[in-house]
Ligand binder design. Structure first.
Ligand code: NAD
Length: 430
């Protein structure tokens, strides 16, 4: 019997979608807002929301009821056909879902292998939003982009609040205040948003990235591109390629004088599937002026700045002994702005669910490249080849009891770069 059987409504029976109340400490987002509940109800689904799920992002239980959902104290996982979440599931949660049900949310497959295994063993059709292909048609489902936008904006505000001076130029009767100099390293979605936000605050902004297209992208946001005497490094799909150790060292040496000139340094660099590249050493931070601020948006995935710790501000004594630089390790950047982060995230989830729903039936068509690319597990198989390889390697090391079948139909092939496969449990900037 096909697993889709569970999700095809029979007479008088409707597919039931559950919205979880996030359990991870500090997570304030929710996978559905009242607006997207209306969208899901319009698709012919019954929606159940766990009580309090939307409170931190500004949505009360009555808001969800008014949108057409039922609110329950605790979701009966075994009775759901679709389960929507923000953070990756725990293995026990995956194990409690019914065979053939669908999950949609962040999966962080490279760092959550026990959950991937539980999803596969349980016969769950799971969709990991990090795997949404970066193509135009999938933009409305691309949670990495939507959350990176929030993170890029947020990290500029974090810097501005800590900087002991203005961002904009002020010409006053009491004298002229020059604009702050902001340097952004890594000009992907988050970096470009950081450039735009810092520009809107009036700062003088420069930026660097190693992708060839980045110079034009930085200019389009109003930033000045810093061209280094270093070749560009691009992998397939428009992503950056990891620099060799000596190229990385050269990049740091070339960046050092620019870092020393900046009042604010914001780092957002990432290479999919790898630890974040080290762009700034402690010595480079010590070369900045006292009072300067460094915000490392990649702190959760290894850090672009030596010594950054997620969730901590660290005072670094300057080389001249005259003060300190504040090194800010960003943690949960998108979750820190739960209302708009949830608004976008919930839309991404609802749009992906809509893509696999017809006449009230949820039945993913894997000839669709968006659904095929985003699917992590289906019918007992791990479809994302790099994750299947990682699980097999773990099993070979004796880290797991039994191998899980892999099926790469529609997913990336073994050996392919793992787009959207973050190096850590963080998202937004990978
Ligand atoms: N739907 C779409 O078409 C779509 C959506 C989003 C992003 N994209 C594209 O995908 C690509 C990746 O975007 P992202 O935000 O996910 O990137 P990302 O989070 O993987 O990386 C952030 C940035 O860090 C840069 N970087 C990596 N190593 C670096 C180094 N050593 N020094 C300086 N910078 C370094 C990368 O080039 C990238 O711009 C971009 O080309 C972006 O335009 C396309």
């Amino acid at each position: 019997m096909p697993t889709e059987f569970w999700r095809v409504p029979e007479k008088g029976w409707r597919v039931k979608a559950g919205i979880r109340r996030e359990t991870l400490d500090g997570e304030r987002r929710v996978a559905a807002t009242p607006e997207t509940v209306k969208q899901l109800v319009g698709l012919g689904l019954d929606v159940e929301v766990e009580s309090g799920a939307g409170l931190a992002s500004g949505h009360s239980d009555p808001d969800y009821v008014a949108a057409g959902a039922s609110v329950v104290n605790s979701l009966a996982l075994g009775a759901l056909d679709v389960y929507c979440h923000v953070r990756p599931l725990e293995p026990s949660t995956a194990g409690a879902l019914q065979r053939g049900s669908v999950t949609i949310g962040l999966g962080s497959p490279s760092s959550e292998l026990p959950t991937v295994r539980a999803l596969a063993v349980g016969g769950i059709t799971s969709f990991a939003l990090e795997l949404v292909p970066r193509i135009s048609r999938a933009q409305s489902m691309d949670a990495l982009t939507s959350q990176a936008l929030v993170a890029g904006y947020r990290c500029v505000l974090e810097a501005a609040m800590r900087l002991p001076r203005f961002f904009p130029l002020y010409m006053t009767a009491a004298g002229t205040i020059p604009p702050a100099r902001v340097l952004v390293l890594g000009a992907g979605v988050a970096g470009l948003q950081a450039i735009g936000t810092a520009k809107r605050l009036g700062a003088r902004v420069s930026a660097n990235d190693i992708r060839p297209a980045s110079a034009d992208e930085v200019a389009s946001m109003g930033g000045t591109f810093i061209k280094l005497d270093l070749e560009t490094a691009e992998a397939s799909g428009g992503y950056a390629r990891e620099l060799s150790a000596d190229r990385g060292a050269l990049q740091r040496a070339l960046l050092a004088p620019h870092v020393a000139q900046a009042d604010v340094l914001i780092t957002t660099a990432a290479v999919p599937g790898r630890r974040a590249p080290l762009l700034v050493t402690r010595e480079m931070v010590q070369g900045m002026r006292p009072g300067s601020v460094v915000v490392d948006l990649a702190a959760e995935s290894g850090g672009n700045v030596e010594g950054s710790i997620p969730g901590q501000d660290i005072p670094i004594p300057t080389g001249d002994g005259q003060g300190t630089v504040t090194l800010v390790g960003i943690k949960d950047a998108a979750s820190a702005m739960p209302a708009d982060a949830s608004r976008l995230f919930a839309k991404n989830v609802a749009n992906l669910l809509a893509l696999m729903t017809r006449d009230g039936a949820v039945s993913p068509d894997f000839s669709d490249e968006v659904l095929a690319g985003t699917c992590l597990t289906h019918d007992g198989q791990v479809r994302h080849a790099p994750t299947a390889e990682a699980l097999a390697a773990l099993a070979a090391l004796g880290g797991e009891n039994a191998p899980v079948a892999s099926g790469s139909a529609g997913g990336p092939q073994p050996g392919a770069p793992p787009p959207g496969c973050p190096a850590s449990g963080s998202e937004g900037v990978r």
